[in-house]
Design a protein around this ligand. Structure first.
Ligand code: BG6
Length: 493
């Protein structure tokens, strides 16, 4: 992994879908924050490509307004940032538009750029046209030098993922391809490896002898916004669980890699996915649960139900909540359930990995006021706060045998620390050419293999979906996945 301290190489950076949702929400703010922190290469020119009718000046004004509104941007950094942009108007399907991109890239600018990054911040349906047209225009060459960044979801099932991958390989070499999953750029996610493998205290506990079960939660307060066009076809399983949550699962469960190198780490992640017990059609109900939000109040604000969101098909049965249980059939994890859940319009935004340890024997405390001892937890919080802690019993001071839970806090962020956010870190990796935090195709393939049986089963149940009120923690029926009666979802960090 790269520490990003040195100078980055000069480069050109073309954003497809520059006028879209992802660019406005994540990409442009992240690139601007890198500018602000002085982390962008001196020579870096952006080409924004979109269908909307901007000229260079109009586009720069749009970016400027967006960043002022979102990040209170201003001053020299903002001026420098917007000046890096050219705008090319065109249709992704039109080969002529790619000639215009080529001409823009050839314009004499600040300096000589050796490589170009093509960032596909577009709907997955549009990937093939852009990939083919880039190659047709000669923009994928020199082979090995230029880079293409592909957003998730990579395909909609195992077959389509393979087709997309073959298409990419027809036009680009593997070392040019960056399959991005922005969860891999999150600070806690990266810290998971350090927490596990750099602490003698932790690693001996991290297995079936001590861990009762693992919960991975990514709860969102937001709805689908203006993304119905994409989301209604995808649903929570394809949008979040197959990629973000599966990536978290692999990092929690993997064996120590031989080195902190891209392929060594990815080899271990793939081994985990390969060991996940396949879910047969008969057992889908015991392993997965889906639901959709109806109207409700999130944080005191009334919000419409999914069916009433603009662009959602009438009577859509797309899931906005999914919970699933997986078993990893290897020596470390045999018999330990991994419960994963994610949903939109839940009570509050909260993402974490929580490991519940086994119950301690009660015998010693039988004659005391303590009836049952709560189990210990190890919690790695990703959002809203990045922190880690362990919950342990300690005796309450005073007479009598009463205990309370104390937290051993291993939070690592000081008030003055401003670490890079997920997209910022990953964008620097792309510019630098480091694949460590990007997804190799076999990871994508194995992750599809795990969830495909569930998705297939759901396609046969197209006339009904359970609901949950927006602003709740999701449907209580999802508890049917639990193996043990004393298990419940952990809804607090
Ligand atoms: C994206 C999904 O990949 O991740 C969105 O497409 C989701 O639906 C988002 O809202 C969540 O990312 P984060 O970083 O806000 O947790």
């Amino acid at each position: 992994m790269i520490d990003h301290e040195g100078d980055l190489p000069p480069c050109n950076f073309v954003i497809f879908g520059a006028t879209g949702n992802l660019a406005a929400l994540k990409l442009l703010p992240a690139l601007y924050r890198l500018e602000l922190a002085g982390r962008l290469p001196e020579v870096l020119n952006f080409v924004a490509f979109g269908r909307r009718d901007y000229d260079d000046a109009g586009w720069r004004a749009y970016v400027s307004d967006l960043l002022v509104e979102k990040l209170q941007a201003g001053g020299e950094a903002l001026a420098r940032f917007v000046a890096r942009f050219d705008y090319v108007r065109g249709d992704q399907d039109d080969p002529v538009a790619y000639e215009r991109i080529k001409q823009t890239l050839a314009k004499p600018k600040l300096g000589v750029c050796s490589h170009v990054v093509f960032y596909l911040a577009i709907k997955p349906d549009d990937f093939p046209a852009v990939i083919k047209n880039l190659d047709k225009a000669g923009l994928s060459r020199p082979r090995g030098l230029h880079r293409i960044v592909v957003e998730k979801p990579f395909g909609t099932d195992i077959e389509s993922a393979r087709v997309l991958n073959e298409l990419l390989h027809r036009h680009f070499e593997e070392k040019q391809i960056f399959r991005i999953d922005h969860y891999m750029g999150k600070e806690t996610v990266q810290n998971l490896m350090v927490f596990r493998f750099a602490n003698t205290l932790i690693e001996p506990l991290w297995n079936r002898n001590y861990i009762d079960h693992v919960q991975i939660t990514v709860a969102e307060g937001v709805g689908i916004g203006s993304r119905a066009d994409y989301y209604d076809k995808a649903g929570a399983m394809r949008d979040m669980l197959q990629n973000h949550l599966m990536q978290l699962l692999t990092l929690v469960a993997m064996e120590p890699p031989a080195a902190l190198e891209a392929d060594a780490i990815r080899d271990e992640k793939v081994k985990v996915l390969r060991c996940i017990r396949p879910i047969s059609q008969r057992s889908v109900h015991a392993h997965a649960y889906r639901a959709q939000y109806k109207a409700g109040a999130v944080g005191g604000v009334l919000v419409p139900g999914y069916q009433d969101e603009p662009g959602v098909e009438a009577n859509s049965v797309t899931e906005t909540y999914v919970a699933a249980k997986f078993y990893i059939d290897n020596w470390r994890w045999r018999g330990v359930p991994f419960y994963l859940r994610t949903g939109k319009r839940l009570k509050e935004p909260m993402s974490m990995v929580a490991l519940r340890l086994r119950h301690p024997p009660q015998q010693l405390f039988r004659e005391t006021p303590l009836e049952t001892l709560e189990p210990n937890w190890i919690v790695l919080s990703i959002q809203p706060n990045e922190c880690m802690h362990m919950e342990l019993h300690a005796k309450q001071p005073g007479l009598g045998m009463n205990t309370h839970m104390v937290r051993l806090n291993a939070s690592y962020r000081g008030a003055d620390d401003h670490p890079l956010d997920a997209y910022e870190a990953l964008l620097l990796d792309v510019i630098e050419g480091d694949h460590t935090l990007f997804i190799r195709f076999d990871e994508v393939e194995w992750a599809w293999r795990v969830v495909d049986p569930i998705l297939k089963y759901w396609t046969q149940e197209r006339d009904y979906i359970q609901t949950y009120p927006a602003g709740s923690w999701g449907p209580p029926e999802a508890n049917r996945l639990f193996d043990a009666e004393d298990t419940e979802w952990r809804n607090k960090i």
